[in-house]
Design a binder for this molecule. Structure first.
Ligand code: MG
Length: 662
């Protein structure tokens, strides 16, 4: 209740301090809500490594997030999207080593479970970031695959000795064409082997052979029958294993082997006499599984499981991120990596994870505008949702990163219930930069109509920027009025909005594509003292002008005019005003794209399925405007900047906003 009282005071202060007081008969309603009753579907994008540190190593962790859930609750978020939680080679985590584990830097699985449970207790869902397009070079599957064709994971990745020829020949259905820049050098194959194998030595004919096959049959202990003189030499030097006689001059055994060099066949476990040693003919000493290898006593070369050779692998994001190979989309769901990834997703859903954000989904199949990716994503969604629905009455949440224009995004709704709407920010920054608001509602409505033509209940995941983009504050010239209005427009538009860590505090920074560095848009939250911020995992690239006590959460909480207070006010309005929470946008009859005399205002209605309706007005222009309305201006929900109502006239200052219940 303390938190609630604080927020009410914030809203009251907001109305009295920041706005011209409305007409005397208007009493701004102060909406209220309790934890777990946040209707506005607001998600907070959180970087585990730089959000909050709990153990003093200056690396963000699960317990740090748990300790700051009150802040996220006060901010009105009903879900958090965590950056990849798995062990990874990089600080950012998008090069996963093991999807079935959590990074020890962030804590234990028990810590993760505590975070999930504590978040749920506050009505906050937890979404994991899943990377389906690629793994990391240190991935356990990739390490196995590099053993070559001896590995059952060899075809989980795209290896080729001659990419150009293989792609032309259609060997890789995932690739739309040969891309030389995305193939990287790797040495594939090893002479040894680790795994369960069946060995069969056949001396029943003149041609003595050894046949080795992979098997799931039970491994056997070495034969102890001293009458049998047939041994495998495998693994450590001198390690002889007596085989079983299964026919006249036929010997077999199933073993778990871990050999760094290969195998030999001997008729004695002690003698080094050449007559007892059977190996491979010179130059033919690499065995093929399932194919009899003719043994030789003359050369008796070590029989090897493979021969390392230079190859290339596909990695669209660089040499440290090998792409996964799901094969043709028609059979993708039965591919090894699909099934293995799904099992790990099952594990996390079993732990309580509520949904997934999918990384880079337009890159999974190379033709980003073709039908393959949406079809693949439907397979993935259905597979995960089947697990989720075993324990939930509703459907699983899943949102895809499809970084394209809305027309190209729309087909992806065939596979996913939600996609990020990158065009929202592209349009909004133009609106705020030019002070032209009259087209905004029409544009957004058009985007949603396009999505709805594919999926009637499509969720537009709206946002300003994310961890891969130059910060909103840098784009908007660190203008506090514009940043406040960007927040107000995000939180009063149709969709399910995301707030990116630090955005609510006005953090700035240019990303690597804009002449900065990616780390500079991933700066740690300064909670109170900069000295405790989670700066430790950002490769040393910290913008120290941001990491100061002055921009801390503590300071902005105490400042009635801070950007953070605008976020508090508008997230609260979205959570408590049904029309804002779930409403659909519609055009205003007067103030719309045709009214270019009032081009500086963006006006729309939000209407919920219950019929609840709100009028939303933003003056993005550079000067005050007075607008005449036939609408009800007597019940303001939330306002920003300078606002006054006189009868049917609404006056809004520059970069000011108001929402009225209808
Ligand atoms: Mg830590």
């Amino acid at each position: 209740m303390k938190r609630l009282t604080f927020l009410c005071a914030v809203l009251a202060a907001f109305f009295t301090a920041s706005c011209t007081k409305p007409t005397p008969d208007v009493v701004p309603p102060v909406p209220s809500y309790e934890s777990g009753e946040k209707a506005g579907h607001i998600t907070y994008q959180l970087l585990i490594y730089s959000f909050a540190d709990s153990d003093g190593d200056r690396i963000g962790d699960f317990n740090g997030i748990t300790s700051r859930l009150d802040y996220l609750d006060a901010l009105g978020v009903s879900a958090i999207w965590l950056s990849p939680a798995h062990p990874a080679d990089s600080y950012h985590g998008y090069d996963v080593q093991d999807y079935a584990a959590v990074s020890p830097k962030y804590g234990t699985e028990a810590d993760f479970k505590r975070l999930i449970d504590a978040a749920h207790a506050k009505g906050i869902k937890v979404y994991m970031d899943y990377v389906l397009n690629h793994t990391g070079k240190g991935n356990v599957w990739f390490a196995d695959a590099k053993r070559g064709e001896a590995s059952d994971k060899f075809d989980w990745f795209l290896f080729s000795a001659n990419p150009s020829a293989d792609v032309t020949a259609g060997k890789f259905p995932m690739l739309n064409g040969y891309n030389a820049g995305e193939w990287h050098d790797v040495t594939v194959g090893e002479i040894g082997y680790t795994g369960r194998l069946h060995f069969k030595v056949d001396f029943s004919s003149a041609s003595k052979t050894l046949t080795v096959t992979k098997t799931d049959a039970a491994a056997q202990a070495a034969n102890t029958d001293a009458s049998v003189s047939m041994f495998l030499w495998v693994g450590e030097p001198g390690k002889a294993v007596r085989m079983y006689r299964t026919g006249t001059d036929v010997y077999e055994i199933t073993l778990d082997v871990d050999t760094p060099w290969g195998v030999l066949v001997r008729t004695s476990d002690t003698s080094w006499d050449g007559g007892t040693k059977w190996g491979a003919p010179n130059g033919k000493n690499v065995l093929a599984f399932g194919t009899p290898l003719t043994l030789s006593t003359d050369d008796a070369q070590d029989i090897l499981f493979g021969s390392p050779k230079p190859m290339k692998f596909q990695g669209a994001f660089g040499s440290w991120m090998p792409d996964l190979n799901y094969g043709p989309v028609a059979t993708a769901a039965s591919s090894g990596p699909f099934k293995a990834l799904a099992e790990t997703a099952d594990k996390w859903m079993g732990l309580g994870v509520d949904g997934f954000r999918l990384d880079a989904v337009k890159h999974i199949y190379s033709n980003e505008r073709g039908p393959q990716n949406p079809a693949f994503l439907k397979l993935w969604y259905d597979r995960c949702n089947a697990t989720y629905r075993k324990t939930h009455a509703d459907d699983l949440y899943m949102v895809g990163e499809v970084w394209m224009d809305y027309n190209a995004v729309a087909p992806y709704y065939q596979g996913l219930p939600a996609c990020f709407e990158f065009d929202f920010w592209e349009r909004l920054k133009w609106v705020l930069d030019t002070g032209t608001g009259c087209y905004f509602a029409k544009d957004l409505i058009g985007y949603r109509q396009k999505y709805a033509s594919v999926r009637p209940d499509a969720i537009a995941a709206t946002k300003l920027t994310n961890h891969d983009e130059t910060r909103a504050a840098s784009v908007l010239g660190r203008s506090l009025p514009k940043l406040k209005q960007a927040a107000a427009m995000l939180l009063t538009a149709e969709g399910e909005p995301y707030i990116y860590q630090g955005e609510e505090l006005g953090y700035w920074g240019k990303d690597g594509d804009d002449g900065g560095r990616d780390e500079m848009v991933r700066t740690p939250i300064v909670w109170d003292k900069a000295a405790t911020a989670a700066t430790g995992d950002l490769s040393g690239h910290i913008d120290n002008t941001l990491v100061t006590d002055e921009i801390s959460v503590e300071k902005q909480k105490a400042d009635a005019n801070s950007l953070l207070q605008t976020y508090f006010a508008f997230t609260k309005a979205r959570n408590t005003c049904p029309a804002l929470a779930t409403g659909k946008m519609s055009r205003h009859a007067v103030y719309n794209e045709s009214n270019t005399l009032q081009s500086g205002v963006a006006v729309w209605y939000m209407t919920a399925s219950s019929g609840a309706k709100a009028l939303v007005v933003h003056n993005v222009g550079k000067s005050e405007v007075t607008l005449a309305f036939d609408d009800d201006l007597s019940r303001p929900v939330v306002t920003l900047g300078e606002m006054s109502v006189r009868g049917k006239d609404l006056t809004l200052g520059a970069n000011s906003s108001a929402v009225f219940q209808q």
